[in-house]
Design a protein around this ligand. Structure first.
Ligand code: SAM
Length: 219
């Protein structure tokens, strides 16, 4: 089985146990990255308000950080009903029910109208999508004209990355090699080829210490 097939199968298997395990990691080891990435999103896109969508939001850590770092109302979308349940609970606990709205759905079939969002973000999810091309074209469809995306993966900066890789290797010895393989599957070359196929020309790729992020701008 290729790594891509393996990732897709794992994503499909994000049941109660995997969702709870991811929540523990996001609440502890990953927790410092979310406010950093949310600030980078606001700074790099220049979008401070409006309606945002976080795709593959998991327990909703980036969605809630973005809601706190901006005036955006954030829809948190995930294909795992167990993740959505956890996300709903976290949002209530944080008193953010008016700013973060969870829903269950697949990026390859987004159940929102065309031109709905000013900003679409996603972290650590596109490695698991069944069809990257379909997912990104669905995201482009629901983006408003002038709207922007910030989609990819990363840990915010070098210090956080080193800290997290080291802590994760204690839990899972092959974490670093798996991460490198995942990143290679979403290289700038792969992104460029998908952008050509879906005929999106106004985009840029950030590929630095903060991670790899696709910024599309809808024309
Ligand atoms: N974005 C969160 C974070 O950074 O903490 C969660 C990242 S977790 C590694 C990946 C998430 O993507 C999982 O919650 C999974 O259920 C979700 N996911 C995977 N494939 C998806 C799809 N096709 N549509 C929507 N969500 C998806």
């Amino acid at each position: 089985m290729t790594m891509e097939q393996n990732n897709k199968q794992n994503a499909k298997k994000m049941g109660k146990k995997d969702s709870k395990e991811f929540l523990v990691i996001a609440d502890t080891i990953f927790s410092p990255i979310y406010p950093v990435i949310a600030e980078q999103i606001v700074t790099n896109t220049g979008i401070h308000s409006g309606t945002a969508l976080d795709v593959g939001s998991g327990p909703g850590h980036l969605a809630t950080a973005l809601a706190l770092a901006s005036e955006c109302t954030v829809h948190a979308l995930d294909c795992s009903p167990d993740m959505v349940e956890i996300c709903q609970r976290r949002i209530s606990e944080k008193g953010l029910t008016k700013k973060v709205i969870p829903s269950c759905g697949d990026v390859c079939e987004i159940s929102f109208d065309d031109n709905s969002f000013d900003l679409i973000v996603s972290r650590g999810s596109w490695f698991f999508w069944e069809d990257l091309e379909k997912g990104l074209s669905e995201i482009y469809r629901v983006l408003k004209p002038g709207g922007k995306t910030y989609i990819g993966g990363g840990f915010g900066n070098t210090a956080l990355k080193e800290q997290i890789v080291s802590a994760m290797k204690e839990r899972k010895s092959d974490f670093e090699s798996g991460m490198k393989e995942r990143l290679m599957s979403r290289s700038p070359e792969v992104i460029r080829s998908v952008m050509e196929k879906i005929k999106v020309h106004n985009y840029s790729v950030i590929n630095d210490d903060s991670g790899i992020w696709l910024m599309m701008v809808k024309e």
